[in-house]
Design a protein around this ligand. Structure first.
Ligand SMILES: [Fe+2]
Ligand SMILES: [Fe+2]
Length: 310
């Protein structure tokens, strides 16, 4: 399914026919526009920075600038996740085993297209350059294009969309712009349906032993990303401040309470796997010690090596 690769989609963004297709898409959404009336959608508190040495030493204009660039990075990432969501639902629709399932994924496809329009309206259309150096997006895109239906039900619907519910709910709750917050609330309701149906559709018996092993590797990879901490926030700070020292990263890990965040994220994954009845997968991840909180020195060195590779 080569056409599920995001690159092949970006190649066809411009041109007259693209504009006309865009007009058709508009007829399916009822947005009146004007989502970005204020620039900073979240304050530094949301990113856990207001109580850090780095955060308190910023002057007001730097604070505003960093809050704005962190917010737009989050939105860009969410936009590209929705791009992947449209590919996922199209693929699952084709792979559905019953007409009911196909209809279900077609409804979801419309949801994902609407979510994407929400972000497009704020940011303009997704561009290839926006996804550079984002390990999670690379992971998501490859997982969707290369894996069979039973794996995707667990990985995308149960885990990632379950994850998305909390992510979007927090973004909405803390958002400074009421209209944008409403948009996030609507997305959360949709993602709840996508995740809930994943819980119903996941059947471990559909996975033979090679597929089970492959699913374990994919979930382990996801857990390794969680254990790296909030890469997007730290790398954005690194860029905005012209590079972070090891001491600054150590302080951030401590003062942003990155350990607590990782712990709660790991617990969420374990909870989602249990909800789906993926007990043996959960046990495997426990056996690999992936649910165990990494030492803060490990988190610091992972962050430093990721910053160095950017
Ligand atoms: Fe979505
Ligand atoms: Fe979704």
């Amino acid at each position: 399914m080569k056409n599920l690769r995001l690159e092949s989609i970006y190649d066809h963004l411009d041109g007259d026919s693209s504009k006309r297709i865009d007009q058709f898409c508009r007829t399916y959404t009822s947005s009146s526009g004007g989502l970005l009336e204020s620039k900073a959608l979240w304050n530094l508190d949301y990113f856990g920075l207001s109580k850090t040495d780095l955060g308190t030493n910023l002057d007001p204009s730097q604070r505003a600038q960093i809050a704005e660039s962190l917010g737009s990075s989050l939105l860009r990432e969410a936009q590209l996740i929705e791009v992947a969501g449209t590919a996922f639902t199209a693929k699952m629709s084709l792979l559905a085993e019953t007409q009911d399932q196909r209809s279900l994924y077609s409804f979801f496809a419309a949801d994902e297209a609407r979510h994407l329009r929400f972000f497009d309206e704020m940011l303009g259309k997704a561009q290839m350059k926006d996804r550079k150096n984002n390990l999670f997006l690379d992971y998501l895109e490859t997982a969707i294009s290369e894996n069979p239906r039973p794996i995707l039900v667990l990985l995308v619907q149960v885990l990632l969309e379950g994850w998305g519910i909390r992510h979007y709910a927090t973004l909405g709750r803390e958002c400074l712009n009421e209209k944008v917050a409403e948009g996030f609330k609507a997305i959360v309701l949709d993602e709840g349906k996508h995740h809930g149906s994943g819980l119903v559709l996941f059947n471990p018996k559909e996975l033979d032993s090679p597929l089970t092993k492959h699913l374990e590797d994919l979930v382990a990879e996801f857990l390794m990303m969680i254990r790296s901490g909030p890469v997007l926030v730290v790398s954005e700070l690194d860029r905005a401040l012209g590079g972070l020292t090891k001491k600054q990263v150590e302080n951030l890990v401590e003062q942003m309470q990155i350990g607590e965040k990782i712990e709660s994220d790991l617990a969420l994954v374990s909870h989602l796997l249990s909800l789906a009845g993926a007990d043996s997968l959960c046990m495997k991840m426990t056996e690999y010690n992936l649910f165990q909180l990494p030492k803060s020195s490990e988190v610091v060195s992972t962050i430093l090596s990721q910053l160095a590779s950017q």
